[in-house]
Design a protein around this ligand. Structure first.
Ligand SMILES: [Zn+2]
Ligand SMILES: [Zn+2]
Length: 139
């Protein structure tokens, strides 16, 4: 897995530094989106500080390795940008679940047809918000 990450960094023009590899490895092991504070907690043993994590996350995002996920929480979350999927987020406890069913591309033509200003659509993000079963049963 580590060699894959090195390759991924190199194809994006990054040197595979220990801190980049450490940050990136979180994303390949974890399925949910990660914010800087969570990354810091998970990398405690590696002595990587929060500033480095913020910088690493944003440079990986700019290079297209990671993408931002807006979970409508106070901090920005990131995940690997390669596999297309969406999330359902519990507004009560923050639990996230991902789903790969995506019908957006089938309505892009219609959206463009009705759009006065846009010529083409290159991508999208979509997060759904609700209440998980556990929170619903304890409420
Ligand atoms: Zn919940
Ligand atoms: Zn989609």
């Amino acid at each position: 897995m580590t060699s894959d990450l090195k390759g991924l960094l190199r194809t994006k023009g990054f040197k595979a530094t220990p801190s980049r590899l450490a940050v990136l490895s979180l994303f390949s092991n974890e399925c949910g989106p990660i914010d800087a504070k969570l990354a810091l907690a998970k990398l405690k043993s590696k002595k990587i500080n929060l500033v480095t994590i913020y910088r690493t996350l944003s440079s990986l995002e700019q290079a297209g390795v990671l993408k931002k996920v807006d979970l409508q929480r106070e901090s920005v979350h990131y995940e690997l940008s390669e596999n297309h999927h969406h999330h359902v987020v519990c507004t009560h406890c923050g639990k996230t679940e991902s789903f790969e069913t995506c019908e957006i591309s089938s309505i892009v033509g219609k959206i463009l047809k009705n759009s006065p200003q846009f010529q083409s659509i290159s991508g999208h993000s979509l997060e759904l918000f609700g209440i998980c079963k556990k929170c619903a049963s304890t409420a």
